[in-house]
Design a binder for this molecule. Sequence first.
Ligand code: DI6
Ligand code: FE
Length: 402
Amino acid sequence: MPTTNSWLLTGARLATMQTGNAYGLIDKGCLAVDNNQITWIGDSSDLPAHLAERETIDLEGRLVTPALIDCHTHIVFGGNRAREFEMRLEGASYEEVARAGGGIVSTVTATRAATEQSLLADALNRVDRLIGEGVSTIEIKSGYGLDHETELNMLRVARAIADARPIRVKTSFLGAHAVPAEFAGQADAYIDDVCIPTLETAHREGLVDAVDGFCEGIAFAPAQIERVFVKAKELGLPVKLHAEQLSNLGGTRLAARHDALSADHIEYANEDDVAAMAQSGTTAVLLPGAFYTLRETQLPPLEALRQQGVGIALATDCNPGSSPLSSLLLTMNMACTLFRMTPEEALRGVTVHAARALGLQDCGILAEGKRADLAVWDVEHPAELAYRIGFNPLYQRLFGGV
Ligand code: DI6
Ligand code: FE
């Protein structure tokens, strides 16, 4: 790979993800990078003569895509929930496990007991799987602390990941993830006395890029989430929401009303909910790993999302309960097989639309002026990325041109 800050890729098949043709494909492409930015991209026959003289790397026909973006993860957590996996296989449902004190709350116990160092080491192990698949940017949520100190710890660990590895991290405060045991039956008090004050502190310490919540029967009602969203707005933070995963409580419309970056899961969203998302420009983040793990049968409203022009992103939802998944390539495959998304939609879902779901404008697409976050693959056609199961054809990842 390059030894200077200004170089040129040749012999590349470029899946630019620009619109116009499938995958924005340029069959015989060149791409120039200066420092951390793409400064020229196009067909090799159009390459300006002065660029042909710089240090060149010939990719011999390999495919180049934008580096992948995992826009919804809970990758920082303590312990694991393999025992719960067994319980579900013995017949218990996800909701029954949660109501019996398992589920999110059991990960909270393990996360509170863990040190920052062990949380970081465990998370890096998972982050490294993603980096190995060409991922350059991940979103990381808090939400397994559910007390002041541990929520802040989780966010500090998330920030530390970006120092420990060449990867960009966007954090989301997810204090409204579940009601902790010490507040059982007092969700309102938890929101007012712990969640909102902790959000204020975390924001003051520069730990929060966005605010998330879990709007569900086993978590919080729309009116409770709304109080958190009002505080987010006061602090100037964008919001997003786990909505309509197991039932329809109106979370998607609540999110749209607050101009949310994304509404996530949304299996139970209806056409009106999708219309609200279209209106507010909210991205749909679909999470096939959770759908698969929980053996859900209610499919997200794909056709309505397409018809209304709502951007569809995909993410791992990497978490110890409903989606113990740290492969974005497998996520793409699941989205095609389970949700009937096309391989092109799947690739757009982990590039362009994932960037939008995070409010990022400088990545997710190959174009002049964008960051040189690139994934080079040993495949001929971009459909191969979603087609294989458990196969990683990454040849090289570039992060900010490096
Ligand atoms: N929805 C999810 O898929 C994760 N959180 C959420 O609100 C699951 C979290 C867990 O089961 O630990
Ligand atoms: Fe989630």
